[in-house]
Design a binder for this molecule. Structure first.
Ligand code: NAP
Ligand code: GLV
Length: 308
């Protein structure tokens, strides 16, 4: 039995080895796709290289290195074994920091300050104490709930939309297609934290954006595939949306010619909103392996029919 770790960020292998050595010293860990063999029973991966799964005939489970699993489910050769995702793994705190940064950026009009700097305009204006922006979280799951709590604690009115109703202190929960319109109509900053699935891909389009009030902002920390880029640009250029802060893109790295890079009302960050923390992840992965080796089902299994 052994765990194979693969990621395009090969400089991180040492951190992974150290984390597992601390937390599960008896688990044999090998790094890099070239270590694939019949001995490997578990794989922990980020963007698995083509053909990886065919070279692992004895897999018992696949672990995503992240909360999202789209980078794995897109591989048609994914074997029929449990696919397990990271549950928070240190990302909730980082995601909350990103969300607070975005919320305060627009709450305090720092988007305007940034534009003024570009034209060397010294225009001291005072935003005054205004009601906090209404934040709407699209995807009130593991990370969405942590982020919602952090925003509520900082005085923001927060609502969330998910497939099923949620109970999160201080957060208004909307669910299902039938309540999406009401959710959007009162959202001034839309924070996207949905997984990339057949149902969600492309859903942040003209139709959805037009249901936000004029002057609203989009913050996407989920996946680029959820957003129709041209329709987002149109919504901003027409003045319907105030702007966007985007961490994730259809193609990463974001191609140099993409209009997002130079658009004055768009902030681009390079998929850094939240990174899996090695120790927290190693803890989860080793506990799931222990469960499976004891004949118990793993806990954070992706439902193939939902795609998350
Ligand atoms: P999660 O726990 O699976 O939560 C997903 C949420 O989306 C759930 O509330 C779910 O509703 C809702 N949802 C899914 N499909 C839906 C649909 N068709 N209609 C309505 N609601 C739907 O996932 P998570 O751990 O919070 O992570 C969310 C995503 O964040 C990941 O998939 C990943 O893409 C992204 N992410 C990005 C970064 C970054 O650095 N930018 C870092 C980590 C994660 P139910 O609860 O009712 O099922
Ligand atoms: C990061 O994007 C993740 O899915 O964890």
């Amino acid at each position: 039995m052994s765990l194979l770790i693969t990621t395009p960020h090969t400089s991180k292998y040492e951190n992974w080895r150290e984390a597992f050595a601390q937390i599960a010293p008896d688990l044999k860990v090998v790094c890099g796709a070239e270590q694939a063999s019949e001995e490997v029973t578990y794989v922990l991966t980020w963007h698995p290289p083509k053909g990886l799964f065919q070279s692992l005939p004895n897999l018992r489970a696949v672990f995503s290195m992240g909360a999202g699993v789209d980078h794995i489910t897109s591989d048609p050769s994914l074997p029929n074994v449990p696919l397990i995702r990271q549950r928070d793994a240190g990302m909730g705190t980082q995601m909350s920091e990103y969300a607070l940064y975005a919320a305060l950026h627009y709450q305090r009009d720092f988007d305007i300050v940034r534009l003024n700097q570009q034209s060397q305009t010294w225009a001291p204006f005072v935003s005054g104490v205004r009601p906090r922006l209404n934040i709407g979280i699209l995807g009130l799951g593991t990370l969405g709930s942590v982020v919602a709590n952090a925003l509520v604690q900082n005085g923001f009115p927060v609502s969330g939309w998910s497939r099923s109703k949620k109970e999160v202190d201080g957060v208004t929960s909307y669910s299902g297609e039938g309540e999406l319109g009401d959710f959007l109509a009162q959202t001034e900053l839309l924070l996207c934290l949905l997984p990339d699935t057949e149902q969600t891909r492309g859903m942040v389009n003209q139709n959805l954006l037009q249901q936000l009030p004029k002057g609203a902002v989009l913050v996407n920390v989920a996946r680029g595939a959820l957003v129709n880029d041209d329709e987002l640009l149109q919504a901003i250029d027409s003045g319907h949306l105030r702007g966007a802060m985007l961490d994730v893109f259809h193609i990463e790295p974001l191609p140099t010619e993409h209009r997002f890079w130079s658009h004055p009302n768009i902030v681009v960050t390079p998929h850094v909103a939240a990174e899996t923390v090695y120790a927290a992840s190693a803890q989860q992965v080793s506990l799931e392996i222990q469960r499976m080796e004891a004949g118990l089902p793993p806990t954070e299994v992706v439902d193939p029919s939902r795609g998350y």
